[in-house]
Design a protein around this ligand. Structure first.
Ligand code: IDP
Ligand code: MG
Length: 152
């Protein structure tokens, strides 16, 4: 099933010069980039994005962190993209993330765990409309006849 997922490379990823390497992992896997931008997030957008965590003790710090410096927002598409991306990202607590995952290779601390990815179809839909209100793109890639099964 073709899905779309929101991925954020958080400010620590931009500051640590890891943007290209993280995007390359998704490209290498075969996922299609259908939205991509660098932005300095407003407090309002950060609070809406993390609204589910509003009552958690780390909420204020999380919003402060995500708004402290630019981040990269992207939309990726592919078969089972939501679960595939989550498995590539690894566990929330990087010390529990398996080596080979993005957090397992690049992170040590939960507050600076480098990346966000949608955790299910409903969150993916709402996060994509929050971060890409202008919509995402549709286009064909020549490689897809080698990487993806034909439609139908
Ligand atoms: P996820 O990013 O793997 O989906 P969530 O549980 O949705 O993890 O938490 C959202 C984000 O909040 C995490 O990625 C992390 O940056 C931050 N966070 C989660 N738990 C803690 C904590 O105990 N201390 C500080 N930050 C946390
Ligand atoms: Mg989450």
């Amino acid at each position: 099933m073709t899905e779309r997922s929101l991925v954020l490379i958080k400010p620590d990823g931009v500051q640590r010069l890891l943007v290209g390497r993280v995007i390359a992992r998704f490209e290498d896997r075969g996922l299609k980039l259908v939205g991509l931008k660098l932005l300095h997030v407003s407090r309002e957008l950060a609070e809406r994005h993390y609204a589910i965590h509003r009552d958690r003790p780390f909420f204020a710090g999380l919003v402060a962190f995500i708004t402290s410096s630019p981040l990269v927002a992207m939309a990726v598409e592919g078969p089972n993209a939501i679960g595939v991306v989550r498995s590539m990202v690894g566990a929330t607590r990087p010390w529990e993330a398996v080596p080979g995952t993005i957090r397992g290779d690049f992170a040590l601390e939960v507050a600076q765990n480098l990346i966000h990815a949608s955790d299910g179809p409903e969150t993916a839909d709402s996060e994509l409309s929050l971060w890409f209100p202008e919509g995402t793109l549709e286009y064909a890639r020549e490689i897809d006849r080698w990487a993806l099964a034909p439609e139908g």
